[in-house]
Write a protein that binds this ligand. Structure first.
Ligand code: RP5
Length: 165
């Protein structure tokens, strides 16, 4: 099973590096596409239908009037994670509200806007896949340990700099 990462525009790609890199690091196969809920609605629906069987989680990133995740969730029963892109002029608040305020009955798991959202979308998708994949679970445990080690190293550096023990 793999992950499908859909973005509303190629202008979103650069800021999704954290998502793509984290999926790669965890060795999760990912199909990356640019499809728009507004500009290519038929292509979007056809794509979701085409890949649904082999896709465990859909990650949808869009800015502005971000309907992408909601529309995908309307076309599939797979879990859908929405990343609100932090675009001007409203800085992502528009996309955040559009992503998080789904009507009851059509769930979208909304991530944060800003750099944490893309990375956490990948990690949340990994946790969903790890329910039935013990090898992936082990990679997630390693990821968590490495993250803790990195914080400990920062702590040591700060204490040294400030003359602590
Ligand atoms: C959204 O509108 C896209 O996801 C993107 O974040 C934003 C702007 O798209 P472009 O005008 O750059 O294509 O649909």
């Amino acid at each position: 099973m793999s992950v499908a990462l859909i973005m509303g525009s190629d202008s979103d790609l650069e800021r999704l590096g954290g998502c793509i890199d984290t999926l790669k690091q965890l060795e999760i196969p990912c199909d990356v596409r640019v499809l728009s809920a507004h500009r290519t609605p038929d292509d979007l629906a056809a794509y979701v239908r085409e890949v649904e069987r082999d896709t465990a989680v859909f990650i949808c990133a869009a800015g502005g009037a971000a309907h992408l995740a909601g529309v995908v969730a309307a076309h599939t029963l797979r879990p859908v994670l929405g990343i609100p892109m932090d675009n001007p002029p409203l800085g992502g608040l528009d996309a955040l509200l559009a992503t998080v305020q789904m009507p009851g009955g059509v769930p979208v798991g909304a991530l944060g806007t800003g750099a944490g959202g893309p990375k956490n979308a990948a990690l949340l998708a990994a946790r969903i896949l790890a329910v039935t994949d013990e090898h992936l679970r082990a990679r997630l445990e390693r990821y968590r340990d490495e993250q803790a080690e990195a914080v400990r190293a920062k702590d040591a550096r700060v204490r040294k700099k400030l003359g602590g023990d």
